[in-house]
Design a protein around this ligand. Structure first.
Ligand code: SF4
Length: 290
């Protein structure tokens, strides 16, 4: 099926409300599949077309549990991802930016009939150390061009953060940084809240969190910071992030937690006080646990 993204948003009920395609596999306990691929064109930078033709609807589609949303950045990505989409057991919205159909930088050799790209894995298009840009679709090429222009400059990350601090002082603002970069947290935060599966699992003063992390997820994050001897393998956290639409019945971190025990699967843990102004959502700190 092929359509325009703006029109598809209006027909979303066909996927989730009326036919309930998106949740079919989950509702049938994996007995039925819904292998549907909806190829959707979208995108600006073209002459003509109504205002609704430039939006992806990705913010709406990605909020539907069970629906897969794919947005390739190049012809090669489209080739491998479309093959994965066709073999997928869930419905897939396959968003294709119309501008990319015509770009010569987008060309690639035909990778053959078995080339597939798995869903859910990012590709490093260009390595760098100062700034991480996470993007998709046609904006990948634009970000690449911008990154090349910035290459000659130094301390880009520090400049951005310094600007934020200047604004904070001048306008007496509170600054909330949402980041995966623990170096940014250590350098700029007074208080830290660590989130996992949509919940704050540990919070407290920055120095305490870094020096005495109490939640196993925080401990795993800090253990995975690079900085060991040259050649030493990086440590990671085993397992994968859970499906937010189908969380484990107990602690959401339990399937990956090296310290799990019986109580962890009973119910989501409450938040316990673990130090001065520091709290953790973990049964290890339950007064009944020894
Ligand atoms: S509640 Fe249990 S599974 Fe969850 S983080 Fe604590 S020890 Fe690990």
């Amino acid at each position: 099926m092929a359509t325009e993204a703006g029109e598809l948003q209006g027909r979303l009920d066909a996927l989730i409300d009326r036919d309930e395609l998106a949740t079919m596999r989950w509702r049938s306990n994996n007995a039925w599949a819904a292998p549907v691929v909806v190829r959707v064109s979208y995108g600006g930078y073209l002459k003509g077309g109504g205002p609704y033709h430039s939006q992806t609807g990705a913010a709406v589609f990605t909020g539907v549990p069970g629906l897969r949303v794919v947005c390739p950045a190049s012809a090669l990505d489209a080739n491998g991802l479309l093959r994965t989409a066709i073999r997928c057991e869930d419905p897939v919205i396959f968003l294709e930016h119309k501008h990319l159909y015509r770009q010569t930088y987008n060309k690639a050799p035909n990778p053959g009939p078995n080339f597939m790209i798995p869903f859910g894995k990012a590709k490093t298009v260009r390595e760098g150390s100062d700034l991480t840009v996470v993007t998709y679709g046609a904006v990948v090429q634009r970000a690449l061009v911008a990154a090349k222009e910035l290459e000659a400059e130094h301390g880009i990350k520090a400049e951005i953060l310094d600007l934020l601090h200047e604004m904070k002082e001048r306008f007496h603002l509170a600054l909330l940084l949402i980041t995966h970069d623990l170096g940014v947290v250590a350098g700029h935060a007074d208080r830290v809240a660590v989130m996992y599966a949509g919940k704050i699992v540990e919070q407290g003063p920055m120095r305490q969190i870094f020096e005495s992390p109490t939640h196993p997820y925080t401990q795993g994050l800090l253990d995975s910071i690079p900085g060991g001897a040259p050649g030493m393998r990086l440590r990671g956290i085993d397992g994968v992030v859970p499906n937010l639409a189908n969380l484990p019945p107990g602690c959401a971190f339990e399937p990956r937690c090296p310290k799990r025990f019986d109580l962890c699967t009973s119910a989501p843990p409450p938040s316990y006080e673990v130090g001065p102004s520091q709290r953790a959502r973990c049964y290890l700190y339950d007064p009944g646990h020894v």
